[in-house]
Design a protein around this ligand. Structure first.
Ligand code: 2P0
Length: 349
């Protein structure tokens, strides 16, 4: 029966790992940040979400299944994404009366992460980016990536960066409606193709304090927070964009480590304090410092998100010195699981 047809589209979306961190919202409903941020999109051959979106008249309600489990999609963020995408599909249908009225059908979204969910490995970023692109493809929307980025931002802030490959910035924007708060490409992955990321999994457990809750506690209680957002990050954004463009790894690494430390110091300054890094994380910091000291120059940079897992950026030419040093110690009472202990490249979407 034709009207029970299932329309379907599948996509992958990659994880991105921030170099200059997003932490703090000026508008919690729209996910508008208090500072801009910059990240590297990792190759989707490695960490990624795969999502299939389908719609049909035979479906009775919208549903989302993540890693085989039904998810609650009544939350305002998911609803905002679905509402915006349906609105855009309605515009397509209004322009061309011959296209099927998909906007009126219930949606089924099936997602799989190939890495631990909510463990500080940017699962919400890949998840919402994949959800938005899968539905946009299903609806054959003519939207450019910047528009999809603005929609994904409402699902999870960092998701707006996973709609672009390579080196990506999320401009915080100034408008109160969020119309200018979206990501853009600073440089494609092939601009600096030697960049590598080593992911050290200290724990695949779900984090204690979600990013959404943690960042709001920071905004409310940290005295260091405003200084970070207003005085530190703007100059760092400009400097990081510059060293990506000039492929200046030592400066890039210095800014990356400083911003990770500044973000975690701000978490510690929150009341009650938020501890995302643990002893294993701190050991990774010391190993990076030792590698750089031994090399006599900065050849690797650590960064930590809202969890204890480390991401170490380095260049392919120092693979033996950096990844080799870490591989030599993972699994030897250090607390690291080495299942992700391989080099991941920056990637395109
Ligand atoms: C980032 N993080 O820039 C920073 C660094 C964690 C530490 O973006 O509330 O999951 O969904 O907008 O995007 C994690 O925050 O938060 C994050 P919501 P999100 O990658």
């Amino acid at each position: 029966m034709a009207n029970a047809d299932v329309h379907r589209s599948s996509t992958f979306a990659p994880v991105n790992i921030a170099v200059i961190k997003y932490w703090g919202k000026r508008d919690t409903a729209l996910n508008l940040p208090t500072n801009s941020s910059l990240s590297i999109t990792l190759s989707q051959d490695d960490l990624r979400t795969h999502t299939t979106a389908s719609c049909s008249l035979k479906y009775t309600r919208d549903a989302l299944v993540l890693n085989g489990e039904d998810q609650d999609i009544s939350g305002a963020r998911t609803q905002a994404c679905l509402r915006e995408l349906r609105g855009l599909r309605k515009e397509v249908e209004a322009k061309d009366g011959s296209v099927p009225e998909l906007s009126g059908m219930a949606l089924k979204i099936v997602s799989e992460n190939n890495f631990p969910t909510a463990a500080g490995l940017a699962s919400s970023a890949a998840g919402f980016a994949a959800l938005v692109r899968a539905i946009a493809d299903l609806y054959a929307l003519p939207s450019p990536p910047a528009e999809l980025s603005r929609i994904a931002r409402q699902g999870s802030g960092s998701a707006c960066r996973s709609l672009f490959g390579g080196y990506v910035a999320w401009k915080m924007g100034e408008e109160t409606d969020g119309s200018d708060s979206a990501a853009y490409e600073v440089a494609p992955a092939q601009h600096w193709p030697d960049m590598r990321a080593l992911i050290l999994v200290a724990s695949a457990e779900k984090k204690d304090v979600s990013s959404t809750v943690g960042m709001q506690a920071t905004v409310k209680t940290s005295e260091r927070f405003a200084h970070r957002a207003e005085n530190i990050v703007p100059a760092r954004m400009a400097a990081t964009e510059e060293c990506v463009k000039s492929r200046d790894f030592a400066t890039f690494a210095d800014l990356t480590m400083r911003d990770s430390n500044n973000f975690h110091a701000t978490c510690l300054d929150t009341s009650p304090p938020i501890f995302y890094m643990n002893d294993t994380s701190r050991a990774a910091v010391r190993v990076c410092e030792a590698i750089n000291t031994h090399a006599g120059r900065t050849i690797c940079a650590y960064t930590f998100d809202a969890g204890p897992n480390a991401v170490v950026y380095y260049l392919a030419e120092t693979e033996a010195q950096v990844a080799g040093a870490f591989r030599g110690i993972v699994g030897h009472k250090t607390g690291w699981d080495n299942s992700r202990g391989r080099a991941i490249q920056a990637g395109e979407v």
